[in-house]
Design a protein around this ligand. Structure first.
Ligand SMILES: Cc1cc2nc3c(=O)[nH]c(=O)nc-3n(C[C@H](O)[C@H](O)[C@H](O)COP(=O)(O)OP(=O)(O)OC[C@H]3O[C@@H](n4cnc5c(N)ncnc54)[C@H](O)[C@@H]3O)c2cc1C
Length: 469
């Protein structure tokens, strides 16, 4: 495939009416890398590319726990799309319905009325949402770790709990303010518990009535091991690090009920607690279920190895939203929902859209897992790059180095590195920056967009086509 140098269409000049329209849904790893690769591959006249997502940044979510723990600023991990994409039209909206026959999407803009966006090639990359189960009280009192608002809100909420614990004299009440439960011992949960525990330990010196024994951090998982992605040996090393740090790890235990000031666990314990962070899994964006196409485990859209839907070869999907066959594993395996895969699938997606526009055969997606890094703070890290088991300082160097190299611009890398250095050298202020530390539960921050079924999308497309504007 020929590689065309990046060129912009002259300002104000519209594309020819018959220029094919590519619509990318999402603004995360898969969508961003797809758009960036399309800018590299396609001549401006070959296609008109639109990226539809409610946010104008690509969130580097693996570093969300660092934002919650105050070692990075929110903007360090929000990579501006307008600064990094030069030819792609940004549409600030959520896609809430798709009419596959008419080839239009229903867009719900951040401000204004719903409208239609036509496409000739559709790239679905809306990612995933926190998976909650029907546990009483979870939606009302639990907090997630999936969005910038959740990470920022959690930091403020934890600081508020320390402030409140510092002012009460009743030991039980103080304990409930200073007890923090994180559910899910995968990388998101383990990093959140470890980094925030360190954050609260450091903060103690600013709270005259609190002592180290007042803090109680718990990491709860129904599985029998932590970080199963790392394998048995490294998982056991990580468990030892968490124990040594003072985190109360409860394995083989589930959450039965959540109340405002107490959490009920399946091991019979019901600690007084006002902070429950839920990181126990994700499920594909609800948009996928509306299409009337086949979905697989966790609601991910079934696609071929070329990332096309079997029924509609003009409809592609990638990242957490897609069940992509993993050709490096046993037949039937699908790629795990990780940034590593989403980023590379985004690039393959762009190549295949370009192939499809040019009438060329599409390529299969194939990527060997490069491993995993888990940053538990300080030198408490574990990493498995290319199958090599590392822990301590070497793992910390690999972990920070990996994240810095994976951030998609030199500017983003410099900002994150500078924040880590500034934080290590100058410490932090422990101030709440939000307006209301009480907000930010899973229920409050739930996606408000109302998704349309395939029939509803078709009916609305008819209506909006008949009466434009
Ligand atoms: C706390 C945490 C830690 C993690 N750590 C790691 C790690 O260490 N290593 C690793 O490989 N992976 C990690 N992951 C997983 C990784 O972040 C995801 O696998 C990756 O972000 C998936 O990329 P994606 O492009 O599919 O979705 P996302 O990056 O989630 O992007 C989805 C995008 O779609 C947009 N969107 C959603 N719905 C719509 C809609 N209806 N219309 C338009 N736009 C929409 C969203 O606003 C967002 O911009 C972590 C995740 C979390 C939450």
């Amino acid at each position: 495939m020929s590689r065309t140098a990046r060129r912009r269409r002259p300002a104000g000049q519209s594309p020819a009416p018959d220029t094919p329209r590519v619509l990318i849904v999402g603004g995360g790893f898969a969508a961003f890398h797809c758009a960036r690769e399309l800018e590299r591959l396609l001549d401006p006249d070959e296609a008109q590319v639109t990226l539809a997502s409610p946010n104008d940044y690509m969130l580097y979510s693996p570093l969300l726990p660092h934002v919650a723990a105050g070692t990075l600023n929110p903007t360090d991990i929000a990579v501006p799309l307008r600064r990094t994409l030069h030819r792609t039209l940004r549409a600030p909206c959520s896609i809430i319905g798709v009419d596959l026959e008419r080839k239009v999407c229903v867009a719900h803009p951040v401000i204004g009325k719903d409208h239609l966006v036509p496409w000739d090639r559709l790239a679905l990359c809306p990612g995933s949402v926190t998976r909650t189960f029907s546990i009483p009280g979870l939606i009302d009192h639990g907090r997630g770790m999936k969005t910038l608002a959740e990470a920022r809100g959690l930091r403020d909420h934890v600081l508020a709990q320390l402030e409140l614990g510092n002012t009460v004299s009743d030991p039980a009440e103080r304990a409930s303010h200073c007890t923090f439960v994180v559910v899910g011992a995968g990388y998101a949960g383990a990093e959140t518990a470890a980094l925030l525990q360190s954050f609260t330990r450091r903060a103690l010196s600013r709270f005259i009535n609190l002592r180290p024994h007042d803090l109680h951090w718990m990491l709860v998982d129904v599985a029998k091991s932590v970080l199963p992605e790392l394998g048995e040996e490294l998982g056991a090393t990580a468990l030892g690090m968490l124990h040594k740090q003072g985190i109360d790890v409860r394995l083989g235990v589930s959450v039965e009920k959540v109340e405002q000031t107490v959490v009920h666990l399946s091991d019979g314990d019901s600690p007084g607690c006002r902070t429950l962070v839920w990181t126990a899994g994700v499920t594909a964006s609800p948009l996928l279920a509306t299409l009337g196409l086949e979905t697989g485990r966790s609601g991910r859209l079934v696609v071929t190895p070329t990332l096309q839907t079997p029924e509609h070869p003009d409809v592609f999907a990638a990242g957490d939203a897609a069940a992509v066959p993993d050709l490096t594993q046993e037949p039937g395996a699908i790629t795990p929902p990780t940034a590593q895969h989403a980023q590379r699938q985004g690039v393959t997606l762009a190549r295949n859209i370009a192939h499809s526009l040019r009438g060329e055969p599409c390529e299969d997606y194939r990527h060997h897992n490069l491993g995993l890094v888990v940053d538990l703070g300080g030198t408490r890290s574990v990493a498995k790059p290319l199958g090599l088991n590392l822990h301590g300082l070497p793992a910390q160097v690999v972990s920070r180095g990996y994240h810095l190299s994976a951030l998609p611009s030199m500017r983003a890398r410099s900002k994150a590195a500078a924040s880590w250095v500034t934080h290590a050298a100058l410490g932090e202020d422990y101030v709440r920056v939000g307006d209301d530390a009480g907000t930010g539960t899973l229920g409050e921050l739930r996606d408000e967009a109302r998704y349309l079924s395939a029939d509803e999308a078709r009916a609305l497309a008819d209506e909006l086509t008949d009466s434009p504007g």
